[in-house]
Design a protein around this ligand. Structure first.
Ligand code: ADP
Ligand code: 5GP
Length: 187
């Protein structure tokens, strides 16, 4: 049976860094490339990090019922494509998701047997703020919007199967890796 590993965290929590590291150790894992209407960052690649769509194109996907789940986050649409997940389930492969807490809980509702939900927590809100500032990808307005969502994310994160505190990055990666290994060997 496929395993669907969902990694969520508040923005700046370290999930992209952790997901990249897990993918390096598991090149056989598929990564769920989401659709979004958010503008592309300089380091991002179309079709690898996201499918960057216009609002109209995204709304067309909604009308076609092409998404497993979607959320409006910081004023943009983000959604998981059915075709991405189905391809992996058909081939009995494993998949990693970098999506928000609500999206993760939706994935578990749709695929209860396959899903493993891992919430990455910052050691404190101050440290989270500092990491997000250091990343230098947000202007003041989007920075504030990201921080406004943190309380909800920490609360809903309690519903996840696992919580990992990202204090020292290498320790957090090992903890996530141990969860992944445990579920792969439970096959
Ligand atoms: P997310 O994808 O959850 O928004 P990122 O993976 O982009 O978060 O991490 C946010 C920033 O914090 C990045 O600049 C990253 O290099 C840094 N970072 C991640 N984990 C740690 C850690 N344990 N200690 C210090 N910096 C970290
Ligand atoms: P970012 O703009 O930093 O790439 O992502 C913002 C938030 O959207 C993050 O919490 C990220 O995990 C989440 N996200 C990315 N893709 C999806 C998706 O397909 N569905 C949901 N629900 N959230 C997503």
């Amino acid at each position: 049976m496929s395993k669907l590993f969902v990694i969520s965290a508040p923005s700046g929590g370290g999930k992209t860094t952790i997901v990249k590291s897990i993918l390096e150790r598991h090149p056989e894992f598929a990564f769920s490339v989401s659709a979004t209407t958010r503008p592309k960052r300089a380091v991002e690649v179309e079709g690898r990090d996201y499918f960057f769509l216009g609002r109209e194109e995204f709304e067309q996907l909604l009308r076609e019922d092409a998404l497993v789940e979607h959320e409006v986050i910081y004023g943009n649409y983000y959604g998981t494509l059915k075709r991405e997940v189905n391809r992996v389930l058909d081939r009995k492969e494993n998949m990693l998701f970098d999506i928000d807490v609500r999206g993760g809980l939706s994935i578990r509702r749709v695929y209860p047997k396959e899903s493993v939900l891992i919430f990455v927590e910052p050691p404190s809100i101050d440290i989270l703020r500092e990491r997000l500032r250091n990343r230098k990808t947000e202007d003041e307005e989007t920075f504030q919007r990201r921080m406004d969502r943190v309380a909800m994310e920490l609360e809903r994160g309690k519903e996840f199967d696992y919580r990992v505190v990202n204090d020292k990055l290498d320790v957090a990666i090992e903890e996530v890796q141990a969860i992944v290994t445990k579920h792969l060997s439970a096959e």
